[in-house]
Design a protein around this ligand. Structure first.
Ligand code: NDP
Ligand code: A1CAB
Length: 277
């Protein structure tokens, strides 16, 4: 088994680490290439047996699975390099939302899956968003599902849903961290509580909130009702929170969707320019 990774940035490195720690991949099976070689040295140090290579072609050649972990506008360069060595038996996994499966299938002969991970997969948590390409067999799909089950909860989505699903699953950790940062800052600034204590309380609270919602099928509305004693402190503070945050996530989603539309155009242009040359 050969598993290639192209791009040892934040997500490429995170996925390698998560799969190895979960026992879903053996370092001996993994071959990684990346533009900046220092990142490769770090991975080789951390996972003895993992092979690093200096060209993307070496990572791609003969790989059973090939993970493309570069940013959307780097796809053209990478595809130009690896196309000559790719074959129809290989499975290419793209982890980025604005590169359409159809575009990849037009350019490379491989089977293609789009699987959007999340930073929380690093701790075996969170979802991974699956969109199947047309060439994958049922066995290919089962194997990929099984692989990602080791580090996440795989969820099948349609290509049309990819933006909003990624907003919640992949951008969401940053959005929640931003809200928690404000919560923690407020506790520290207004009461003098130690930042470390406030942070620990906030993390435990967030973990427990998610577990309660998942394990007891508790909706956000039910959860708020559970905590709010009628006429009590939470109810009063929730009023303030609702007023001050009303519409915030509509604006957040508007922003992600606008940026996504721009990225789609730029990626489509870069990939179609490739076909013209
Ligand atoms: N961060 C996240 O939470 C998530 C990210 N994603 C998607 O994953 C993709 C990668 O994101 P992320 O890991 O955060 O980005 P990074 O910038 O951290 O990683 C991208 C890596 O690709 C390398 N690279 C760029 N061009 C080439 C090339 N031609 N050949 C080989 N390697 C190359 C970069 O090298 P260099 O070090 O030289 O820049 C970098 O190490 C993005 O498309 C993003 O949308 C998906 C879900 C979640
Ligand atoms: O910020 C980004 O573009 C990527 C997409 C999903 C999470 N991070």
């Amino acid at each position: 088994m050969k598993i290639g990774f192209i791009g040892a940035g934040s997500m490429g490195s995170l996925l390698v680490g998560a799969f190895v720690r979960a026992g879903a991949m053996r370092p001996d099976d993994i071959v990684v290439s990346s533009r900046t070689v220092n990142k490769l040295f770090d991975l080789a140090d951390q996972y003895p047996g993992l092979q690093t290579v200096t060209t993307n072609q070496e990572a791609a050649l003969g790989a059973d699975y090939l993970f493309l972990c570069v940013k959307p506008l780097d796809f053209r360069t990478v595809l130009d390099e690896i196309s000559p060595v790719l074959t129809s038996e290989q499975i290419v996994i793209s982890i980025t939302s604005p590169v359409k499966i159809l575009s990849l299938e037009e350019i490379i002969p491989c089977k293609v899956a789009k699987i959007i991970p999340s930073v929380v997969n690093a701790v075996g948590s969170g979802a991974s968003l699956f969109i199947w390409g047309s060439r994958l067999t049922a066995e290919d799909q089962a194997a990929l599902w099984n692989l990602f089950s080791a580090i996440s909860e795989p969820i099948l989505i349609s290509e049309e849903e990819v933006r909003v699903a990624s907003d919640i699953s992949s951008c969401g950790p940053a959005f929640l961290a931003c809200l928690l940062e404000q919560f923690i800052d407020a506790a520290v600034i207004s009461t003098g509580m130690e930042r470390e204590t406030a942070t620990e309380l906030a993390c435990e609270m967030m973990l427990g909130t998610a577990r309660l919602m998942l394990e007891q099928s508790c909706s956000p509305i039910e959860l708020q009702a559970k905590v709010s004693v009628p006429g009590g402190i939470t109810a009063a503070a929730l009023e303030v929170l609702r007023k001050t945050t009303r519409g915030a996530f509509l604006q957040v989603l508007r922003t992600t969707h606008e940026k996504f539309a721009e990225d789609l155009d730029r990626v489509d242009y870069s990939l179609s320019a490739r076909e013209r040359t």
